[in-house]
Ligand binder design. Structure first.
Ligand SMILES: [Zn+2]
Length: 147
């Protein structure tokens, strides 16, 4: 089921999301809904606070269709950075060049409860960092820098 995407300046976008303790049927439904909402919105990533739910869940399309990452953590960031133009489903029509780490290593749980650990490169580190930021109430407009 498609869910409404909260647009800036909805206050929910500034709140910190809570850890997921158990993958309940409600969490599974939320994940399915988030995937559908992301695809309908033509996005590359979506975080649960963007649909108004303060849980640490992100959806990222890493090239093989949308995947859920539960309680994602960036455990390593490269010192090297890159600038990529980003959009956000909570800011329709706004595209900003943002400087972020070029490579990241992520730890999370899959929707089946399995531990995931992966190294992302290309545009995916930017997507992961953008979505993990959402879980802490940080938005890409906070990351604008002049370089
Ligand atoms: Zn976003």
């Amino acid at each position: 089921m498609n869910r409404e995407i909260k647009k800036y300046p909805d206050p929910v976008l500034r709140k910190k999301a809570e850890e997921v303790k158990e993958i309940t049927p409600e969490i599974k439904t939320l994940i399915e809904d988030m995937k559908e909402t992301m695809i309908n919105g033509d996005g590359a990533g979506l975080a649960a606070p963007q649909v108004g739910i303060l849980k640490r869940i992100i959806i990222v399309d890493a090239g093989k269709g949308p995947l859920a990452f539960i309680n994602p953590e960036i455990i390593r960031k490269s010192k090297e950075t890159q600038v990529i133009e980003e959009g956000c489903l909570s800011f329709p029509g706004l595209f900003l060049k943002i400087k972020r780490a070029r490579e990241v290593e992520i730890e999370a749980e899959s929707e089946k409860g399995e531990k995931i650990r992966l190294k992302a490169n290309g545009i995916f580190p930017a997507i992961f960092q953008h979505e993990v930021d959402h879980l802490d109430g940080i938005l890409f407009i906070d990351r604008i820098s002049f370089w």
